[in-house]
Design a protein around this ligand. Sequence first.
Ligand SMILES: Cc1cc2nc3c(=O)[nH]c(=O)nc-3n(C[C@H](O)[C@H](O)[C@H](O)COP(=O)(O)O)c2cc1C
Length: 201
Amino acid sequence: MKVLGIIGSPRKKGNTDILVSEVLNGIDMSGSQIISTIEKIYLDDFKLLPCKVCGKCKTTGQCVQQDDFNIVFQKIKEANVIVFGSPVYCKTVTAQVKILIDRIDSSQIIVSHIPDGKTTFSRRIRDKKKGIIICISDLSVLDIVRQSAEVMKCLFRDLNIEVIDEILANKLSKKGDVLKNKTLLQQAFEIGMNLCEKVSI
Ligand SMILES: Cc1cc2nc3c(=O)[nH]c(=O)nc-3n(C[C@H](O)[C@H](O)[C@H](O)COP(=O)(O)O)c2cc1C
C-alpha cells in the first residue's frame, strides 16, 4: 500500500507540514507490513497553473497546460492512501490546493447531458482509495475550517477517496505553533498508527 502526504501550505515545517508528517510518522511507526512506500510532497514545489476551462480535457482527460500537474496527478493515482493538509487562507484553502482541486475536477469528471434534460456525472478514476484531511487556521472559527475542509473533500469526491479521519483545528498562527499543542500532535500520530486497521486493499 502506498501512502502520499500532500502539503498545501507553502510554508515548509509549518503547522500543516508538522501535522501531516506526524500522521505519516504514525503510519511508519505502526510497522505494518502492508505499507510499501510513504512519500510527502509540497504542492508549492510544483508548477501548477489554474484551469482555463478550455474543455479539451473533457474528451482526452489531458490538460493543455504545460506544467507539473501530471507529475502530481501520477503520484495521487498510484497512492492508496492520501493524507491531505491545508491551512485556511482567506476563509478557504490555499491557492496551491485550489488549483489542484480545480484541475482534477475539470479533467476527471465526465459530465453527460442526456436527452430527457438530466445531467449525469461520472468519474474517470474508479479504484477506491482512503484519505485523511487536515485543515487548520489561526483566528477563524472551526466552522470556517470545516467549510475549507469541505473544499478539500471535492478532490476526494472526484477521485473516489473515502475520508477515514480528519483533523480540524484553529488557534495556530506562527510557524511551528502546533508543536506546543501536544494533544493535536498525539491525535495526528494516533490517526497514523491506527490507519492500517481501517484500510484493507
Ligand atoms: C495569506 C494568508 C491568509 C490567511 N487567512 C486566514 C484566515 O482567513 N483565517 C485564519 O484563521 N487564518 C488565516 N491565515 C493564517 C494561517 O491559516 C495560519 O497561520 C496557519 O497556521 C498556517 O499554517 P502553516 O504553518 O501550515 O502554513 C492566513 C495566512 C495567510 C498567509
